[in-house]
Write a protein that binds this ligand. Sequence first.
Ligand code: NDP
Length: 307
Amino acid sequence: MLYLHIEPDQQLWLDYFAQEYPDLQVVTADDDYDASQIRWVAAWSPPKDLFAKFTNLEAVFALGAGVDAFVRRDDLSPEVPLVRLLDAGMADQMVEYILWATLTVQRDFDTYLEQQRQNRWQEHTARMRHQMRLGILGLGALGQQVAKTLASYGYPVSGWKRSAIELDGVDVFTGDEGLKQLVSQSDVLISLLPNTPQTQGLLNGELLSRLPKGASLVNVARGVQVVDEDLLDLLESGHLRFAALDVFHEEPLPADHPYWQHPKVFVTPHMAAATLPEPAVKQVVASLKKFEAGGEPEGLVRPESGY
Ligand code: NDP
């Protein structure tokens, strides 16, 4: 029996589970069920203590790519295998968001929007793709797809990760020195890092001031990676030109937060890459069947790294 916790469109998710795995019994908070019979939980934004009542859990499926809401919590033992979504339709959405943000600064669409508000007709010199160096922090399931796709469009792309890899058309950096080097040569810095103790506060004044003057930041990872005051200072001083922010320390972003009205900040409500029910359910069912067959599914979170 699997317990499902998801909003909105719960019925849609139930329908996909019924379609993909008709023999699986799926229950939700609306049902009357015996908690000791629950072997699996599939959830997004699990509320506090959700897992405490399930004493016979065999695995948990995070219905997203990030698992920060599932690790380091008292009601869920790290011994219980945790599986996350790998891409499942999110990588293409990330490509679109990051391409939009890149084009916004490359083609001055932010400036043209501002000019329109002032009834001002003024053309600016267009920049070519090869003049826009993209630096991607995190080359995992999403970052790699973004890096490869944007490199194929003619952008010079660099990426940063923990361990070195070869990636066609992408310069890969590792370590603290690699991070500084990548940042110093990025016209658009993009975060696709998971939320871990090592990445919290990483995008601070010390690091962001290493960006070339006029560079921009795109944060589609997690809000806690950015030191908001430092980013605002760098935008105010003119060192940074633009920030596209999809994720925040507190979500929804509080109504009085300076980001809302800032002329150089574009706020989106954590929508850069939404979980799509159909591919997500397909992946969860495939992982579940792998467990049942005694195997290990892809997307198993390593407890020591926490992502
Ligand atoms: P992955 O786990 O596949 O990739 C994470 C990448 O980050 C890996 O390349 C990893 O390096 C690198 N990394 C992790 N820690 C460090 C570190 N300390 N230093 C350097 N590199 C590091 O994650 P996904 O690509 O699937 O997702 C990335 C994040 O995107 C999610 O965790 C989530 O927070 C965010 N997200 C946001 C969404 C939105 O709508 N805004 C939607 C979906 C995801 P290595 O491979 O070497 O271990």
